[in-house]
Design a protein around this ligand. Sequence first.
Ligand SMILES: *[C@@H]1O[C@H](CO)[C@@H](O)[C@H](O)[C@H]1NC(C)=O
Ligand SMILES: *[C@@H]1O[C@H](CO)[C@@H](O)[C@H](O)[C@H]1NC(C)=O
Length: 441
Amino acid sequence: MKGAVLVAAGLASLAAAQQTAYGQCGGQGWTGPTVCVSGYTCTFSNDVYSQCLPGAAAATTKTSSTKTTKTTTSKTTTSKTTKSSTTKPTTTKTSTTKTSSKTTTTQPPPTTLTTVTTTTSPSAPPPSGSFTLEGYARNNPSGTVTGGTGGSTTTVSSYAAFTSAVKGNNAKVVYVSGIITLTSKVKIGSNTSLLGLGSNSGVTGKGLSLSSVENIIIRNMKISEVKGDDLITLSESTRVWIDHNELFSGGLTNGPDYYDGQIDITHASDYITVSWNYFHDHWKSSLVGNSDSNRAEDLGHLHITYHHNYWRNMGTRGPAGRFGHQHVYNNLYEDYRYQAIHSRSDNQVLVEGNVFRGDTREALSTYGLVIPEDSPNTCTCGDQELNGYANLGAANDWGTASVNITRVGSFTAAEYSYNLTPLASVEAVVKAGAGVGKVAV
Ligand SMILES: *[C@@H]1O[C@H](CO)[C@@H](O)[C@H](O)[C@H]1NC(C)=O
Ligand SMILES: *[C@@H]1O[C@H](CO)[C@@H](O)[C@H](O)[C@H]1NC(C)=O
């Protein structure tokens, strides 16, 4: 199948201003230059973002899918160039009309992993240039995450006060002052905002559990040093925003299982945004779907947005997904030793605008092998699972890391509006903006 090349009208009249390399050159609401400097072509990434990329067409491993065709709003200034097709087998295309006024052409397989079909609330794009919520925790069928907004407020600085403040499902804002040592894992109730004060507040020793709860914000918290367990575990939980935290441990010297995950998201949890966190010195970051035998429960759930996170000196799982659906954009990976993004067991990832630096072996893989460095269970050679799927959106900078896409999926565009940082700015923007002490809570 041949990729369509669409050149919008109106370029001649806008010839004056030329966008610099890697700059934005189109997208919904864009009023800046729509042509690029010599040697760069304005390349369609998604509905809200086109970018000046080198040469005539950007990606090499881009899918052959036809990009979203908009039924509404101004597209006239965007120069659209879908990427050249690869040699995919011809497949029957199904057209799905979404309630968010998009007509999207998707391609099988798999038909069972559908995207969110009702992303009506809220419909306006998130404001740009601020640290506001975007992604699945904002746009989902059950409503934007609000946490404890409007509820009671408490400030806590002891284990006892902390555990009692976060209990229950009434709306509540819990401010944490200083680092609290937890003596057991603490369950967070629904409708809670858990906010660290200043730049040195949070919990250590034991982790946080979000189990069968909804509508939670965890922000500006330092969370560290949980031996043999996760820093944050989500199970059967929906609508969670984990933003501007710092998650870390003592490094990689004790192997993958001395600590467990940083943010593990399991048992059909859904509509989660993990943004602007600083993850460092820890082996396993974020597991999505905890077992390849949990297909029936997890399939069609686990919609998670990971954006503008800074991962440094890590081992695996940035993230590693099974059966779900993750949009991974504008993250910075530095010394991500073994494997960063892993999509397996029919999981789908949309990967765009990420930067990989340093000693990073593999940036992205959909090969089903759970590598030996990731604590396999059945064989020292690794555990074999079904492959996953990956789609590439706006160009990534893989650095020296490898990419192994064994199956291209149907997740060709996010179902919501979001602010994509130009690739050339990602490293600086993420280093400056991720972690604690960057937002006023
Ligand atoms: C969270 O708060 C909303 C609004 O008050 C309420 O409808 C919902 O039931 C609460 N969630 C839980 C799990 O109690
Ligand atoms: C990439 O995936 C293929 C399966 O399609 C596998 O044979 C190969 O070993 C993988 N490469 C790496 C480096 O894992």
